[in-house]
Design a protein around this ligand. Structure first.
Ligand code: IMP
Ligand code: MG
Length: 340
């Protein structure tokens, strides 16, 4: 039985700096040792792309939880999907930068993404739905049809997790609320559950959940097709500037992300849907560099004279409408939380 579980969740369409938040939490110590005993992913596969800086070294992860960057056992959970080839490549790349890849274990129940899944995704879904072509939808389809192949059938015994959980667990989310298969804007979603309810699939009861860390960005971005993010957004001068300055390109696909002003109503909805207790809003430095401060609220586009004004509007609205939130932080750096 575990002692406590904390969950990091994306509050929008992915790419909200969950990697940064998770890595910061994984670095926390208690009596000189890591506070967390495990870091585990509960959903998705190598469609995710987390950018993490540890001691100024930049790591890019797709399926491997960031615990290995901090000497913590890292679990790829039973609701994840894994392509062995890209998994081994990722382990090699992380290992060559100094990460201890011997700490990674894969749930025996994790489903295997085959080359056929990837091919089907690439040929049939990537254009229509803007998927990442990583075979995610076909693999989860086989899982639901009960025709899937499991990690226990194909992976080396020593890579398999013995399903033993103890101590403190940190759950690393992938994608974000609006990509959740149940609560997102279907069919413009991914094929897994991105919300905290699904973290329990790792193997713990809801009662041990302590903190829900919600990761958000001070503007919205979307990688992949979505009618809510029309391509005419590319024509807006300021949004284009945000995309450039903020380097809004997919870590997994290299595609340019569509950028829009933050929709505060959606953020409030996703905070309440996830039960976020601690909120971090990232990339404030990008907005500051562009020097234009806008957000959508109640279907109006509001413009603020300064970032200070915009942040105070955000804080007040969230404090009014999100009773579970205890902490709100703003970050100005990709490398650290830089909370104020
Ligand atoms: P799939 O997960 O590859 O099937 O893609 C479905 C949708 O989710 C597409 O719009 C992708 O761009 C989006 N998506 C999947 N994973 C991520 C992610 O980690 N960040 C941002 N968008 C993602
Ligand atoms: Mg990403």
């Amino acid at each position: 039985m575990i002692n406590a579980a904390d969950i990091v969740v994306g509050l929008a369409w992915g790419d909200e700096a969950k990697g940064k938040v998770t890595s910061h939490l994984a670095s926390l110590k208690k009596d000189g040792a890591p506070y967390y005993d495990f870091v585990a992913r509960w959903n998705g596969g190598s469609n995710a792309g987390h950018t993490i800086y540890v001691n100024d070294v930049c790591f890019k992860t797709h399926i491997v939880p960031c615990g290995i960057l901090h000497g913590i056992k890292s679990i790829i959970g039973p609701n994840c999907v894994l392509n062995p080839d890209s998994f081994y490549r990722e382990l090699d790349a992380l290992g060559s930068k100094g990460a201890d890849t011997s700490l990674v274990r894969v749930s025996p129940r994790c489903h295997i993404v085959s080359e056929q899944h990837i091919e089907y995704d690439r040929l049939n879904l990537s254009k229509k739905l803007g998927t990442t072509s990583k075979g995610i939808a076909p693999c989860y389809a086989d899982k639901a049809a009960r025709t899937g192949v499991l990690a226990r059938d194909v992976l080396d015994e020593e890579l398999l997790w013995d399903e033993n959980l103890y101590g403190n667990l940190l759950c690393e989310g992938a994608q974000g609320v609006w990509l959740d298969i149940n609560r997102g804007r279907y069919p413009w979603v991914t094929s897994s559950e991105t919300l905290p309810y699904s973290a329990c699939s790792i193997g713990f009861p809801t009662q041990v959940i302590n903190n829900i860390y919600g990761a958000a960005k001070i503007y919205d971005t979307r990688s992949g097709e979505d009618p809510m993010f029309p391509s005419l957004l590319f024509d807006d001068r300021h949004l284009k500037q945000i995309a450039d300055v903020g380097a809004e390109y997919g870590v997994t696909t290299g595609r340019r992300r569509k950028v829009n002003w933050l929709n505060l109503n959606y953020l409030i909805e996703s905070i309440n849907l996830t039960g976020t207790t601690s909120l971090l809003i990232s990339k404030c430095d990008i907005l500051e560099e562009v020097g234009v401060y806008r957000l959508f609220y109640n279907e109006e586009l509001l413009t603020f004279v300064s970032l200070v004004d915009m942040k105070s509007f955000i804080k007040t609205s969230i404090n009014n409408d999100c009773p579970l939130v205890e902490k709100i932080g703003f970050s100005y750096s990709a490398k650290c939380l830089g909370q104020e």
